[in-house]
Design a binder for this molecule. Structure first.
Ligand SMILES: NC(=O)C1=CN([C@@H]2O[C@H](COP(=O)(O)OP(=O)(O)OC[C@H]3O[C@@H](n4cnc5c(N)ncnc54)[C@H](OP(=O)(O)O)[C@@H]3O)[C@@H](O)[C@H]2O)C=CC1
Ligand SMILES: O=C(O)[C@@H]1CCC=N1
Length: 286
């Protein structure tokens, strides 16, 4: 056990991790890596946006590049952190320039590993992932899928990197990553929307907006902590808040009258379908 742990730390400490794309998710993952003891000189970052690169250089004290290839040829792990729509051109520029043992980690929604393989050139080890934004505070959760070229050592390297920002969950069926996208990838935004609505209504009912926001956020935090530490299911916990003929029952009945579950199902299916659509659109990109 200790030998495996020591080996994993050794592999991480001897990796050079390059991020292509310096946006929100790169920021979140790099923050987690640095908080977990990865040295600044083990992370490099490239982006087309020079102003953003100079901000990242100030924030993290890392080497930055405007040329993705220059970054990629120096790293043994490359995290593809650009929008799905620019991923094919980013990969095609790297085609046949990477060492065969370079591990590619894609965080792009919808984009299938076989397309990334096709754009980069065959036989590249690719771990396709779906992290989420709470990675920023090491509270993320990431779904991962490995293509056939990924070795066990590379699997544990990818897992260690994403474990720096939260929990990891491997899937054998790549299609499930689109479901994970609809649940936890996009999920933080669903809860933020709920917070926005609760704040607005609290203010409309007479609270200061800042007070309504604080109450809403602390309530979400408290409910999440209880749900994640309790043996009870979310439904059982809900029942514990819902007094017979009380205020919560009135609210829950109103949600149910408005088909709350249908609203959630439509929204999550829309996210899932969009992930599929992105995969199909880019799958047609030669
Ligand atoms: N945001 C989230 O919560 C999550 C996002 N993801 C995935 O992560 C990926 C990144 O998302 P996010 O960080 O939000 O996006 P951002 O737009 O914040 O970051 C992407 C960065 O890539 C830059 N970029 C564009 N073209 C290139 C290029 N050719 N070479 C290098 N850099 C380039 C962009 O510059 P410019 O803005 O100037 O175009 C931008 O700075 C996406 O694929 C998304 O699906 C996954 C899980 C959660
Ligand atoms: O909205 C998106 O497409 C990305 C993927 C999951 C979260 N953000």
């Amino acid at each position: 056990m200790y030998i495996i742990l020591f080996f994993q730390i050794f592999v991480m400490q001897n990796s050079l991790i390059g991020f292509i794309g310096a946006g929100n998710m790169a920021y979140a993952i790099i923050s987690g890596l640095i908080n977990n003891g990865i040295k600044h000189n083990q992370i490099k970052i490239s982006d087309t946006n020079k102003a953003l690169l100079s901000l990242r250089k100030t924030e993290f004290n890392l080497e930055v590049f405007t040329d993705n290839t220059k970054l990629a040829i120096q790293c043994n792990v490359i995290v593809l952190a650009v929008k799905p729509q620019v991923l094919s051109s980013v990969c095609k520029d790297l085609k046949n320039k990477l060492a065969i043992n370079t591990l590619i980690i894609s965080i792009a929604a919808g984009v299938r590993s076989r397309d990334i393989e096709r754009w980069l050139g065959d036989n590249q080890a690719i771990v396709r992932t779906m992290p989420n934004m709470p990675a920023l505070l090491n509270q993320g959760i990431t779904g991962l899928f490995a293509n056939k070229q990924v070795s066990d050592k590379q699997k544990s390297l990818a897992e260690n990197i994403l474990n720096s920002v939260g929990e990891c969950l491997w899937v054998n069926d790549e299609g499930l990553l689109d479901v994970i996208t609809a649940v936890s990838g996009s999920g933080p935004a669903y809860f933020f929307l709920m917070l926005e609505s609760m704040t607005k209504v609290g203010a409309a009912l007479g609270l200061d907006e800042a007070v309504a926001q604080k109450l809403s956020i602390q309530t979400a935090l408290g409910a999440s902590i209880v749900a994640s530490s309790s043996e009870d299911s979310p439904q059982q916990l809900r029942n514990k808040v819902t007094s017979k003929n009380g205020t919560t029952q009135a609210a829950i009945e109103s949600f149910q009258d408005q088909d709350f579950e249908v609203i959630i199902a439509h929204a999550m299916r829309a996210a899932f379908n969009r992930a599929n659509e992105i995969g199909m659109e880019l799958g047609n990109d030669k």
